[in-house]
Ligand binder design. Structure first.
Ligand code: R5P
Length: 296
């Protein structure tokens, strides 16, 4: 069987390495550039006729990335690719999962509809599943979700002086799993969101974890407001913080610097979005998912 061809739209060198090494892929050549007026030009250079193809594209900051992705997938199909799969280490538009106010668009569903039209399958890492239980509720193509959150436990090894803090009820799934695996206590706070960067965090009673250092855990850090308010609340209780762990570190507008200045200790994230805090490699997990999907 010929090797599937991999087309990478942005970064992710370690994921590319893992996909080639562990999923037996070869890199395919293509050209993507912008005309002076900003429109995208795409040209497939590799011979893709009757080949399985995969596009690797991080979908953080998705609006500018979506059209080139769409054009490349279309060009691959027109050049005769047998299949076009998508590896999106970070899957955008998962958080608007209901109409919170009259007239709002449920963009998670719209985005899923678009990707489902264009791709044969999707592999991603810990998508933000809160009100949806699985991607199958909104994606009509086969999908595989791999879990990087359990790998964050490597940062908890041999730490019996800590407790984990999830900043909201949605984080309970991550924080409880890690806490049980690492054998350390965990709590979840309550979050009220009043705006994109305006959240209020209320901590539960911390007397059972008195004297321990806190490690904050969430799936996504975006504006950083959730973590910053949690750090402030912990400081108000005189709790020392040793690290903030997340799977997807978007760190919008210098949120990483603000968190470090606010006493986050260490920042740790998975390499679903390139950042200095990347310390968890999702490449091997994604390679296994691709093998499964291409072979299906
Ligand atoms: C939300 O529901 C997620 O789990 C995160 O808590 C949220 O995305 C963090 O956003 P921000 O960093 O903007 O507060």
């Amino acid at each position: 069987m010929t090797k599937p061809l991999l087309f990478t739209l942005n970064g992710h060198a370690r994921v590319v390495e893992a996909l080639c090494r562990e999923a037996g892929m070869e890199e395919g050549s293509f050209e993507l550039r912008h005309f002076p007026d900003g429109e995208s030009y795409v040209r497939v250079l590799a011979d893709v006729a009757d080949r399985d193809t995969v596009i690797l594209c991080g979908l953080d900051r998705p609006d500018g990335r979506f059209l080139p992705l769409w054009f490349l997938a279309s060009a691959l199909r027109e050049a005769g690719a047998r299949s076009v799969g998508l590896v999106a280490p970070y899957l955008a538009y998962m958080r608007q999962d209901k109409r919170f106010h009259e007239g709002e668009g449920v963009t998670s569903r719209y985005f899923a509809g678009l990707l489902s039209v264009q791709f044969d399958w999707l592999a991603t890492v810990d998508p933000h599943l809160h009100r949806y239980h699985s991607l199958g509720e909104i994606y009509s193509i086969p999908s595989r979700v791999v879990h990087a959150a359990p790998l964050l436990s490597s940062h908890l090894a041999d730490r019996n002086d800590i407790f984990l803090v999830g900043p909201d009820e949605e984080s309970e799934q991550w924080v409880s799993g890690l806490g049980e695996e690492a054998g350390v206590p965990w709590v979840t706070a309550r979050k009220q969101r009043h705006g994109d960067r305006d959240v209020v965090i209320s901590l539960p009673d911390l007397s059972a974890v008195h004297g321990r250092h806190a490690v904050l855990v969430d799936d996504v850090i975006s504006s950083g407001a959730t973590m910053e308010r949690t750090l402030e609340a912990l400081a108000g209780e005189a709790v020392r913080v040793s690290a903030c762990l997340c799977v997807h570190g978007l760190f919008v507008d210098g949120a990483d610097r603000r968190l470090l200045a606010a006493g986050a200790g260490e920042l740790v994230s998975a390499n679903t979005i390139s950042h200095d805090s990347n310390d968890i490699d999702v490449g091997p997990l994604l390679a296994a998912a691709v093998v499964d999907l291409v072979g299906a």
